[in-house]
Design a protein around this ligand. Structure first.
Ligand code: COA
Length: 169
């Protein structure tokens, strides 16, 4: 069943890198909306990314290549402004544990204050991925750990390459 409102949704994030937890949300959200835009943040407030914006976008494009209604794009500035530009009225966010709630609530309410026409929808992350984050995956990979099952195989390969480039293998 499709959501019978605006049919364009945005799944935003830094995706540094995309994990199986993200991919689970992407596949489920793609079933609900006609068009799902994965919006990769190019200006990340929190830290310097491991992967460049182009690397993050290319990995997402490859792992979503079998999902015809999914587009991968990047954005700068306010997310609600990007949503307006792309005529999307829904933001999809994944919730993992209770600890995500406070931060996500703050972001959802800020976004609503900035633009009340943009609604945030939360999806529960699949239980098997509840522990995952991009940081934990990087932490494992950069000291030579095995990330199988945490990220798509292509991303696991890119992490191994990065570790080599950084001399951390
Ligand atoms: N599976 C696995 N990991 C998940 C996940 C899932 N389903 N959902 C979230 N995560 C992880 C992410 O990998 C990320 O991990 P990290 O901190 O180790 O990198 C962490 O949870 C936080 O994810 P998220 O809440 O999506 O944040 P983000 O940093 O990836 O992206 C933006 C945040 C880009 C959406 C947000 O900063 C933004 O909207 N910026 C634009 C500026 C703006 O409009 N600001 C005003 C709004 S407050």
């Amino acid at each position: 069943m499709k959501v019978n409102m605006n049919q364009i949704a945005i799944y935003p994030g830094s995706f540094d890198p995309v994990t199986n937890g993200h991919l689970d949300i992407i596949k489920r959200a793609a079933k609900l909306y006609d068009h799902l835009i994965i919006a990769v943040a190019s200006n990340m407030e929190k830290k310097t990314p491991l992967f460049t914006i182009d690397e993050r976008i290319n990995m997402l494009r490859e792992v979503c290549s079998n999902l015809p209604n999914v587009e991968v794009d990047s954005f700068k500035g306010l997310l609600v402004d990007y949503a307006k530009k792309r005529s999307a009225s829904t933001l999809v966010k994944g919730l993992r544990a209770v600890s995500d709630f406070e931060y996500e609530l703050q972001m959802a309410l800020t976004n609503r204050k900035l633009n009340p026409d943009v609604e945030t929808i939360f999806m529960m992350t699949a239980f098997r991925y509840i522990y995952l984050s991009s940081s934990i995956v990087k932490q494992v990979a950069l000291v030579g750990g095995n990330t199988d099952g945490m990220v798509p195989p292509l991303v696991a390969e890119k992490l191994i390459q990065k570790a080599k480039e950084l001399g951390r293998e």
